[in-house]
Design a protein around this ligand. Structure first.
Ligand code: MRU
Length: 337
């Protein structure tokens, strides 16, 4: 089994998701700025995974500054945190993990701990965040698996799998847990333009696990729903606002509208760290705009005319009333009928 991210001999290592499925390459980051770059460049992606990555980045900044006096050490942590948080704006797990790290740093300094001890404690906290993520996903997976009929054909969008977390996955975690419970689950994976997380990552990850997967274009989803070939939709989330609106990969909103049209349950799998009570509604969520080149071509060819105007929002908002249930590690939330 592959790993998404791990601490190894003084640095954090990532499987390079830009190169999957063609090659399995490892990117090793020895500084907070290298981690921020890896997040920005999609070496590591998916809301929980970038939260875990940011925590390791924070720990790396602490280790690098551990021989400095406390005020300089604390200033280095603040700078690293600001840089890591700015690497991608939409997934709240990034800010959540950094706030948790900053809280530990503050509380530990208040007890008189010196920077060398603080840095070790921060590394332990980053390791704990990753370990907890896996156990949270397993609990979330069990909650969601119970909702699926047997057999069940599930449509998913983007990659909310082991590759998007420290392990097991959220949306794909539910599928994994249902398969482990003996249910006959097959998956339709939207290719997920423009970065193709579905085609490159979800298809690969499920094939690695021996879970039946069929790749479709994003535009085929409505047709398959109309043909009665999809029993449920499960997606992940990057941020859930206080009113339940869900930010997730661009195209999720279209899938939710289609699911409602065809009376197909639309489930959102999200750990509690993805819930953001400080953001009132989906309209208040910052949507990342990514570079035009992701839309105008791929790494080998440009297919759009030179000079064309491009919009490339990386996420969209699904209003809560289109969501059948939010599935968390602590239970299931449904919109009022
Ligand atoms: O741009 P990405 O690949 O980071 O977007 C990822 C998604 O939209 C996922 O669905 C979301 O982060 C949930 S991952 C468990």
């Amino acid at each position: 089994m592959f790993f998404t991210l791990r601490w190894h001999e003084g640095a954090v290592e990532f499987i390079d998701q830009r190169r999957l499925p063609h090659s399995i390459a490892i990117v090793r980051c020895e500084s907070a700025s290298a981690v921020a770059e890896a997040i920005r460049d999609l070496v590591v992606r998916g809301a929980p995974a970038i939260g875990c990555a940011a925590a390791y980045g924070y720990a790396l900044a602490a280790l690098a500054a551990r021989h400095q006096p406390l005020p300089e050490f604390q200033q280095a942590l603040r700078e690293a945190s600001a840089m890591l948080e700015a690497s991608r704006p939409t997934a709240v797990n990034l800010a959540w993990a950094l706030q948790r790290m900053a809280r530990v740093a503050k509380e530990s300094a208040a007890t008189g701990n010196a920077p060398t001890g603080l840095a070790q404690q921060l590394l332990h906290e980053a390791l704990a965040i990753s370990a907890e993520d896996v156990s949270i996903n397993r609990r979330l997976g069990e909650q969601g698996a119970a909702l699926l009929p047997d057999p069940c054909r599930v449509l998913t969008h983007c990659n909310a799998g082991a590759l998007a977390t420290a392990g097991h996955g959220t949306a794909l975690g539910i599928i994994r847990s249902a398969v482990e419970a003996g249910k006959r689950i097959s998956v339709y994976a939207d290719e997920t333009r423009p970065v193709l997380q579905g085609a490159r990552l979800t298809a690969w990850e499920l094939m690695q696990s021996g879970i039946p997967v069929t790749l479709i274009t994003d535009s085929a989803a409505g047709h398959l729903m109309a043909q009665g070939e999809i029993d449920a939709v499960i997606v992940g989330a990057d941020r859930v606002a206080a009113n339940g609106d869900v930010a997730n990969k661009i195209g999720t909103y279209m899938v939710a509208v289609l699911a409602r049209r065809h009376n197909i349950p639309f489930y959102v799998a999200c750990p509690l760290s993805t819930l953001d009570s400080s953001t009132p509604t989906g309209r208040d969520i910052v949507i990342e705009e990514r570079p035009a080149h992701e839309v105008t071509g791929d790494t080998t060819i440009r297919w759009a005319p030179e000079g064309v105007t491009v919009r490339n929002p990386a996420f969209d908002i699904t209003p809560f009333d289109l969501v059948t249930a939010l599935i968390t590690e602590h239970g299931i939330w449904q919109p009022a009928p």
